[in-house]
Design a protein around this ligand. Sequence first.
Ligand SMILES: NC(=O)c1ccc[n+]([C@@H]2O[C@H](COP(=O)([O-])OP(=O)(O)OC[C@H]3O[C@@H](n4cnc5c(N)ncnc54)[C@H](OP(=O)(O)O)[C@@H]3O)[C@@H](O)[C@H]2O)c1
Length: 234
Amino acid sequence: MAILKILPNPFRALIIGSSGTIGSAFIELLKQNPSCTEVVGVHRHAEHPIDYQNPESIESCAHSLLRDSPFQLIINTIGILHSNDWMPEKKLDDLNAEQLIALMKINAIGPALTIHSFSKLLDPKNSIMVTLSAKVGSIEDNRLGGWYSYRASKAALNMLIKTASIEWARTKPHSALIAMHPGTVNSRLSKPFRGEQIGRPAIDAVTDMFAVIENLTIEDSGSFVSYSGEKLPW
Ligand SMILES: NC(=O)c1ccc[n+]([C@@H]2O[C@H](COP(=O)([O-])OP(=O)(O)OC[C@H]3O[C@@H](n4cnc5c(N)ncnc54)[C@H](OP(=O)(O)O)[C@@H]3O)[C@@H](O)[C@H]2O)c1
């Protein structure tokens, strides 16, 4: 039986967080892809900003894009690991409410509200929404401990994606919802953790991730996938 890939040719794409290292690399990659007829980028300093510190901006940004819709591919690359005020916790003693709340807000609540508000921009006939998660958000795969807030926020994000995908199987049966791990990428986010030494160039990571995205089928909806195509445990 033929495998039915979701992403059509041609397709139109929207990158959320296009100011980031991985987000801007997706823009660069898709601009060079002849199958991608248009790629639109939005971020917190865009004309119609999307700023997770201000949840109302999520719906207004989505609303501003209605006339550009439908998109067959939406990729959300927004996320944080550290700030000027704190770094990932190494031990329980480092745990604090401010950091936990901030990471939940940016890595879980914002992306979930984005799925809610941006789903109307998807092509109901065939479309994919990918949200970047992280392997360290896998509860089953947690062997090293530490990084409490980041791990918990990505685990919460994964649950929100999985739950929405179950609803979409009924309400949007031709749209897939995916949590994706980009691998370790040399970026602003990974820089304090030897990202320059151990991380790959963003363009290599997005090339791999796009190869996975191109081959997704509707049966893949609600899965946690690595840049290599491997299905990760939740
Ligand atoms: N790099 C890695 O090794 C790695 C590994 C696993 C998972 N990831 C995930 O991959 C995604 C992209 O990471 P990256 O490496 O590209 O990081 P990055 O270069 O730091 O980019 C992060 C993006 O998030 C945006 N952002 C941060 N706070 C925001 C807020 N309050 N509202 C709206 N946008 C906000 C940034 O906007 P500004 O440009 O305005 O700051 C930027 O567009 C994240 O979800 C991250 O957790 C990365």
